[in-house]
Design a protein around this ligand. Structure first.
Ligand SMILES: [Zn+2]
Ligand SMILES: [Zn+2]
Length: 85
């Protein structure tokens, strides 16, 4: 009975872990700004500099450089201009 039941419990645990992993991967694919809010890796939408749920730092807000490039970094990768504060 123990030997028969153990692998079944093991499989249930495995599929649950896979689901959790997939959910985490989906959440991780989404961080970024949506309008004036940003979605955290934990899935919570914030308008603050740090996520109030998990403390993650907000991703850099996209900005349009004077050279025409859309940037998400502190400095434009094309011309080196600094992001407006
Ligand atoms: Zn978070
Ligand atoms: Zn630029």
């Amino acid at each position: 009975m123990f030997i028969y039941g153990f692998p079944v419990l093991g499989l249930q645990y495995m599929s649950r872990a896979e689901d959790l992993f997939r959910m985490a991967a989906e959440n991780k694919a989404a961080p970024g700004w949506i309008g004036d809010k940003w979605r955290c890796v934990c899935g919570v939408e914030n308008s603050t500099n740090f996520c109030p749920e998990c403390g993650a730092k907000a991703p850099a807000k996209p900005w349009k450089c004077s050279c025409g490039r859309d940037c998400t970094t502190n400095f434009c990768p094309d011309c080196g201009a600094k992001a407006p504060v």
